[in-house]
Design a protein around this ligand. Structure first.
Ligand SMILES: *[C@@H]1O[C@H](CO)[C@@H](O)[C@H](O)[C@H]1NC(C)=O
Ligand SMILES: *[C@@H]1O[C@H](CO)[C@@H](O)[C@H](O)[C@H]1NC(C)=O
Ligand SMILES: *[C@@H]1O[C@H](CO)[C@@H](O)[C@H](O)[C@H]1NC(C)=O
Length: 394
């Protein structure tokens, strides 16, 4: 990571983040529905309106993390989530799909078209860009064990795309938006991937304790497991994990309320389900009702002993080391989102895999579990944003 070159950027981004809202609260949104049909503007708008209107929510969920700029069913049209975000004033963490391809031309074309169409109305909503999602995980030993046919991308590919993106948008309205990459924690601690750390402004980490079997991942331990991973990063949690609405609520309270909401930018997984390959459900709403499936209001007391864990949130950490940076991130050894591998054109992305072409064992691979993904802004100060955390409801 280019500390001197990026600290101004990072600081600027943080100022923006801090002034725009105390902390981001959002969900992740794939390009497709669970039946693999495309989402269009009305679908995104319905999601964004539900998110903002959630009864009992501990804050306003008015941010969204996307996995692609490309509208599903098109080659390089801008995703209609942009239109919906502008209309509903929803902040966006952009995503570019980078696995199974040797270029990001269509992704960049789609984004440029979106910016041309909406100008600053869109640019001002963009809070960051993730070049890729779990690409490194999918070609890691764990990733390949969970899905031998998984298609990912190596550090050389990711860094090349990061450079290309930066140079292509250097003179655009989003030139100062921080660029990062989201992956599982063990991808970040794998020295072979260090070049990616050097190339980004922030690090995003996915954490899905629900899937981490063999580590005592029953729901009562979820908070502690999240903390261990978030702070270490070590190993979070699906051996003892039981998917239920009750457990999803408990996880919301012990991880979301206790540790994340209004303390660190958080993109919960998820408002509604979008990955048809997942057996589990993570949707906190039924058919986008603003009355959620469990009580979102935060309690006053928590079970998890927080005393040994460091505080989260907008920190003023001085270290820019990888371990510090990633300490804000939990992790899971199983991926959070599992799009299908060849998602570029359809702009799939997690939760929106086009056709599950290659997933031979979808149940183990891609299920986003109870987990969280984090976005760590690196630099003199850094922010840790959590992208995908939740506990399966079904
Ligand atoms: C470490 O990363 C490299 C490159 O991404 C990958 O090929 C390798 O399998 C990873 N190691 C482990 C233990 O997963
Ligand atoms: C979900 O809501 C939409 C819009 O209100 C409605 O058209 C649709 O029938 C509902 N689906 C289910 C399964 O309730
Ligand atoms: C929701 O949770 C809050 C905080 O624990 C509590 O005060 C409130 O009564 C609950 N609401 C319902 C409908 O159970």
């Amino acid at each position: 990571m280019r500390v001197s070159a990026t600290s101004a950027l990072a600081a600027g981004a943080i100022a923006t983040l801090a002034s725009a809202s105390d902390n981001y609260l959002g969900f992740n949104s794939g390009a497709m529905k669970t039946d693999q049909s495309a989402k269009f503007k009305s679908d995104f708008l319905a999601e964004f309106n539900t998110a903002q209107g959630l009864k009992g929510a501990p804050g306003k969920f008015d941010a969204v993390r996307l996995y692609t700029n490309i509208q599903a069913y098109s080659v390089s049209d801008p995703i209609e989530a942009f239109d919906a975000a502008v209309e509903s004033n929803t902040k966006i963490l952009l995503g570019l799909w980078t696995s199974g391809t040797d270029n990001i031309d269509n992704e960049m074309t789609a984004l440029k078209s979106g910016l041309k169409k909406h100008g600053k109305d869109l640019a001002s909503l963009i809070i960051g860009v993730s070049i890729g999602s779990e690409d490194l995980y999918r070609i890691s030993l764990t990733g390949l064990k969970n899905d031998p046919d998984g298609v990912g991308a190596g550090p050389d590919v990711i860094t090349k795309f990061i450079k290309e993106f930066k140079s292509n948008f250097a003179d655009s309205d989003i030139s100062s938006v921080p660029i990062g990459h989201v992956d599982t924690w063990d991808a970040w601690t794998n020295g072979t991937n260090k070049a990616v750390i050097d190339a980004v402004d922030w690090i995003g980490v996915d954490e899905y304790p629900y899937y981490e079997e063999g580590k005592g991942n029953n729901i009562k331990n979820a908070g502690t497991l999240f903390d261990n991973a978030y702070d270490a990063p070590s190993r979070p949690l699906w051996g003892e994990a039981v998917a239920s609405v009750e457990n999803a609520e408990y996880y919301w309270q012990e991880v979301g309320c206790r540790r994340l909401f209004n303390k660190t930018p958080t993109f919960w997984y998820n408002l509604r389900d979008s990955n048809g390959a997942n057996k589990q459900s993570f949707a906190i709403t039924n058919n986008l009702s603003t009355t959620p499936r469990f009580n979102l209001t935060c309690p006053d007391h928590f079970d998890t002993d927080s005393s040994s864990s460091s505080s989260t949130g907008t920190g003023t950490a001085t270290s820019t080391s990888a371990s510090t940076a990633t300490s804000g991130a939990g992790s899971s050894t199983t991926g959070g989102v599992s799009p299908s591998s060849s998602a570029t054109e359809s702009g799939s992305g997690s939760g929106s895999g086009p056709t599950s072409s290659s997933t031979s064992t979808p149940s183990t691979t891609a299920v986003p579990g109870s987990g969280a993904a984090s976005l760590t802004m690196m630099g003199a100060t850094f922010l840790v944003a959590v992208f995908g955390t939740a506990f399966a409801l079904i």
